[in-house]
Every structure is written in C-alpha cells, then in structure tokens.
Design a binder for this molecule. Structure first.
Ligand code: HEM
Length: 445
C-alpha cells in the first residue's frame, strides 16, 4: 500500500472519530488542558516537531551564519563517498585524512563560530527571533550528519575507520552539538533517528542530505527507499499517537465506548503500518546487496569517551529509536526496550516524556471484568499484532545484515563492530542481536 492509498483507507477507518489532521491536532490541544498524556503529546509536537509530526524541518530560510554548514557537507560529498572502497588500509587512511582536512579548512574559512553560538544562546533563552524551530530542526540534522560524515570520513565504512575508538571534532562541529544535545535533551555524541532520519525531510517530503553520489540506480534507489520507508512510518504514527491519547483520556473520562473506538483505531493504524513495512522492506525497494555498506554505513557511530571515570561507547541510529513502537509498548505497560541510560542518550526528552506519560496513564491495568471485556480484547489484538510485526521484522532484517561487505568488519549500528576475528562467522556474530529481537518479542504480552 502506497502512502496515498493508506491515506484513503485511514480516512475510512477513522470515520467514527475526529477527521483530518488539523482537527485532530486541535482536539489534542483542547484535551491538553485537562490530561497530562495529551499535554505531553502536544509538548513533543511543539518542541521536537516544530508544530507537526513527523517533525517539520526547514531548509529554506536559514540564518546566514548557519548556511555554510549545509554547503560544506554537499560540496565534500564526492570526497566522502566512493562506489568502490579500497581494501588497502593505507589508501583508506589517506582518504580519511584528506576528507577531514578539507572539512576542517572549509569550516574554519566559512563559519564564524561566535555568530553560530549567539543564535544557539538565543534558542537556549527561548528567543526565536533569529531562528525558527523548524530551521533549528534542519540545522540539528545538518550538524548531526556532518558529524557522522567526519566520524567515518570514508563511505562505505572501512576497517581502519571501524578501529578508531575516540575522535576530536573540529570546534565548529562540537560546540553547536553540545547546545543541540542540551536543547533536545539527548546526550549521545552521535545522531539519532530524529536528527538523522526524520529531520532530513522537508515539508514537501523531499530528502535533503544524501550519503552517496553513486550513479548506480540500485544504490540510489535503496538509499532513498529505505529512508523514505522510515519517514513514512512516522507519517503514519501521528494518527496512532492521537488515537492512543484518545483511548486513554476517554477511558479516564468514563467514556468506555469512545475509548474502545480509539483502541480499534490504534489497531487499524498499526495494521496499516505493518502492511506498509511488508511492502517496502523488499528487495525491489531496498536491495540486500547494497544496504549494509551503501545505506546503513553512515548512521553507525561506535566512538566513545570517558564520562565520569567510565568509558562510554555510543551507538548509532537504529530502528530501536522509532517512537511509535515505544509508544505502543508503553500503552501495553511494557518495560522500555532501552535501559534508562540509553533512553537519555538516543531519545529526545520530549519523546521520552510522551512515552512515560502513556505508560503512567494506560488504562490496561485498570480494566475490569465484563464491563471492559471488549477493551481487553483490543489490547490483546494489539499484543498479537506487535508480536507479528516483531517476527516479520526479524525475518526481514537478518538477511540484510548477513550480506558480504569485505571492506569492513561485521558491524551493526547498535553494537558497532561485532568481531574483528575473521574466523567468526556472521551468523555467530549476529546471534546476540538476534536474541535481543527474540527477547523483545517474548516480552510483548
Ligand atoms: C534492513 C533493515 C533493518 C535491519 C537490518 C534491522 C535490524 C535491526 C536489529 C539488528 C535490531 C536489534 C538491535 C537494535 O536494537 O538495533 C533492530 C531493532 C529494531 N528495529 Fe530494525 N532493522 C531494519 C529495519 C527496520 C525498520 C524498517 C523498522 C521500522 C519500521 C525497524 C524497527 C526496529 C525496532 C522498533 C527495533 C527495536 C526492537 C523492537 O522494538 O522490536 N527496523 N533492528
């Protein structure tokens, strides 16, 4: 099902509920005055989303002080990327050095850091006269991706880059990042799903930063197809968030039938999302042959540093940071997939708050006997659907990770390098990650 067809089906399924995104948004704003869960959704939409969901990211009206960041990334993409990575470490070390020196020199020449920090100080003081929230989102994406590009400095990822454990960033990339980390309440040195994936689309759903400049149609289409699939998951999620809030607040207000309608709508929304996932996570949309090295590479991280006497290695961007699955798990009352420290590293504060508020207010544990029988059944349907989704995700995802990529060690964005031992097979190396997925499915009850 394409997004257009999904929109038609969705219009039909929500007939008994509030129609149209603007009306739904307005209704949430009204509910926010009385219900914490609605208030936390609105707070998230206003802060991370710049007034919408998926987040709005503006690439048209940037303050002059920030604009060079964008042009430097674009200008140096041909130096960052190659279709045929070398198997020679020395060649790759040289390439990495060349890219980093070029970045440092352009940043130094074109960026006036004081002007950048003045803007970010204003944001910190909640003064939006120089930059709008949607422009800040675009800038968040740009700095995050520029940091990922600087970190790898050779795409596809190669072994010498994977062995790097620690890295100093140029001040133009490190100082703004600490402001952005504070503003979004998200502490990883690397980017996250919001900064790298969602904010990389403008309001016309066009993707701004690409990670390859290959002429290969398969590489181009797979990069586009994969990130568009992820973005569209969040396009579909807005209605699910709305319906989750409606299910909770209606129940609290004693309107059991309205709560039941909303839960049915949550399940219908997830069904639509699941169909979309099944149709787009396919060879013709995202090729297995190129995904691991040409699509996923950029979003890994795998660098660390000492924090309070402890070595911390940060993960890269993973599907595990997608909000809707965390929101649905919270509605079921499940523990979070991420431990608390990881949540703070990889999920913006407003998104964490929304999920916590769903969990704190979910009616599931209060459902009683025959009165709430139908609602209980809808929760069971949600469990079954999520389990089905998790099984499908595992069986679709694993073959992508098992494709040969001789220029690199086995790696995933979460675990970084899995092993440097050539005698360890990819199946063995991936076992612990596959186990995580199996465990999550078993915890879905
Ligand atoms: C080639 C594509 C993909 C691969 C290879 C892949 C691989 C993985 C792996 C290995 C994990 C477990 C480790 C971790 O937490 O990062 C994971 C987790 C996860 N992925 Fe994916 N994934 C892919 C695409 C997707 C897509 C398209 C979605 C969403 C539509 C998604 C959603 C998730 C979620 C929600 C989790 C957390 C576990 C859970 O809640 O069940 N992934 N993925």
């Amino acid at each position: 099902m394409g997004l257009a067809l999904w929109r038609m089906v969705k219009g039909h399924r929500t007939a008994s509920l509030i129609m149209g995104k603007a009306n739904r948004m307005q209704h949430m704003r009204t509910l926010a005055a009385q219900h914490k869960v609605a208030a936390s959704l609105i707070a998230m939409i206003d802060k991370d989303g710049a007034g919408d969901w998926p987040p709005r990211a503006n690439y048209e009206s940037w303050p002059a002080a920030l604009f060079p960041y964008r042009s430097i990334y674009m200008e140096l993409l041909p130096m960052l990327y190659t279709d045929t990575p070398s198997m020679d470490d020395n060649v790759n070390i040289e390439r990495r050095e060349r890219y980093r020196v070029a970045v440092q020199s352009l940043l130094r020449d074109r960026i006036t850091l004081d002007d950048v920090t003045t803007i970010l100080e204003e944001v910190e003081a909640d003064n939006w006269s120089t930059i709008s929230r949607d422009t800040l989102n675009g800038f968040y994406c740009c700095v995050a991706l520029s940091r990922h590009a600087y970190r790898w400095a050779t795409l596809p990822v190669v072994k010498v880059a994977q062995l790097e454990k620690e890295l100093d960033f140029p001040p133009e990339l490190s100082i703004p990042w600490s402001y952005l980390q504070r503003y979004f309440g998200c502490h990883s040195d690397g980017g996250n799903h919001t900064s790298n994936v969602l904010n990389n689309f403008n309001p016309r759903s066009e993707r701004i930063f690409r990670f390859n400049n290959s002429l290969s149609p398969t590489i181009q289409a797979s990069e586009e197809g994969f990130f568009r699939l992820l973005y569209e998951v969040d396009v579909m999620s807005f209605d699910i968030f709305h319906d989750i809030v409606l299910a909770i607040t209606s129940y609290k207000d004693g309107k059991t039938t309205a709560s039941l309608d909303a839960m049915r709508s949550v399940n219908a929304g997830l069904r639509g999302l699941f169909v979309h996932f099944n149709q787009k996570m396919r060879e013709e949309n995202v090729s297995r042959k190129v995904w691991v090295n040409y699509v996923q590479s950029m979003h890994a991280w795998g660098l660390g540093r000492m924090i309070d006497g402890e070595w911390v290695r940060f993960d890269g961007v993973s599907g595990n940071q997608i909000l809707v699955f965390q929101a649905l798990d919270a509605l079921l009352g499940m523990e979070t997939y991420h431990p608390d420290a990881d949540l703070k590293r990889y999920m913006p504060a407003a998104q964490r708050s929304f999920c916590k508020s769903i969990k704190d207010n979910s009616p599931r544990t209060h459902l009683e006997g025959t009165k709430d029988q139908a609602l209980k059944a809808e929760f069971e349907t949600l469990v079954a659907q999520l389990k089905r989704y998790r099984a499908a995700h595992r069986s679709r995802a694993m073959p992508y990770l098992k494709q040969p990529a001789p220029e690199r060690y086995h790696m995933t964005t979460k675990a970084s390098v899995l092993t440097t031992d050539p005698s360890v097979s990819i199946d063995t190396a991936l076992k612990p990650l596959e186990q995580l997925l199996i465990n999550r499915s078993a915890q879905t009850v």
